[in-house]
Write a protein of this length. Structure first.
Length: 292
């Protein structure tokens, strides 16, 4: 059995650190309300899977994809100003190119996971090549972090397959989707992005939120977004590695995978449409769902 005792200690430290920082910053700051320890096997996020973390009303998990990037500096500054914490899913080659930003994320108390080596649509590759890309990405992120990265993983474009999920389960990598998308891969003004995201959060009452620290517009809105979360009574939940799967909540009756439908429209996974480009982030391809 693969044991992660150091990560349990790290998770407990993060929980204590989050509370201490929130108190030090004062009640006017957003802070971190609690920490959930996450171990494998688990696949969560209602956009893709019929289950998610068992979050309370108005609890949210902040996650960022595709970094590190120049805009990551401003994202980290905004989080630090509110004593808030997030989980970053890093592209391996970006982490290798900007290790100082990865180390800053770790030093700030954020959790770092991986997002493949170069953001291909993994099911479009032969299985062995796809698994090798995942492992290369994780190794690059771990090296950049000084060995302090988690085993958390998120599929590029949320495009998975049963065989890839099984491979990740065997290597004890928790898989994260999301419950809400900021849709920040679409062209819109910062005000439009903020209004869209807050509207979705109000309707959902919380959840795992996907943003991109590679997007300048997302960095632009983050201070106002975090202030709005505080003003409307939302609470930040941090994630840390654990030994066992966390408590989960099943999808509501009638649930369908929004990811599957989106990928089908893009011609991924046997659907009709243009063949997907490889080595190009999904967010840079045309989004057929128009700001889902």
């Amino acid at each position: 059995m693969w044991v992660k005792i150091p990560f349990i200690v790290a998770g407990m430290a993060l929980a204590l650190c989050g509370g201490a920082r929130a108190e030090a910053c004062g009640p006017q700051k957003l802070g971190v309300s609690r920490t959930i320890l996450v171990g494998a096997p688990v696949h969560v996020g209602l956009k893709t899977y019929p289950r998610t973390l068992d979050l309370k009303d108005h609890e949210i998990v902040l996650t960022f994809d595709d970094g590190p990037a120049p805009a990551t500096n401003r994202v980290l500054a905004a989080l630090e100003a509110q004593c808030a914490r997030a989980t970053f899913f890093l592209i391996g080659r970006n982490a290798a190119a900007m290790p100082a930003l990865v180390r800053r994320e770790i030093a700030d108390g954020d959790t770092v996971g991986s997002h493949s080596y170069n953001h291909p649509i993994l099911p479009s590759l032969p299985l062995a090549r796809a698994v090798a890309n995942i492992e290369a990405g994780a190794a690059a992120v771990d090296k950049a972090s000084g060995g302090k990265a988690s085993r958390f993983f998120r599929f590029p474009g949320f495009a998975d397959s049963p065989a890839l999920l099984a491979a990740l389960d065997k290597t004890n990598r928790p898989v994260f989707g999301a419950d809400l998308w900021a849709s920040d891969w679409n062209a819109m003004t910062p005000r439009e992005e903020l209004d869209l995201l807050m509207g979705r959060l109000r309707r959902a009452g919380g959840g795992i939120v996907l943003l991109h620290d590679s997007k300048r517009e997302t960095a632009d809105i983050l201070p106002d977004f975090l202030a709005a979360l505080k003003a409307e009574g939302f609470h930040i939940v941090a994630l840390a590695p654990g030994d066992v799967p966390p408590a989960l909540r099943k999808a509501p009756s009638g649930w369908k995978s929004e990811t599957e439908e989106t990928l089908r429209k893009m011609g991924i996974g046997g659907g009709k449409g243009a063949a997907p480009k490889i080595d190009v982030p999904l967010q840079e391809q045309k989004d057929p769902a128009n700001r889902m």
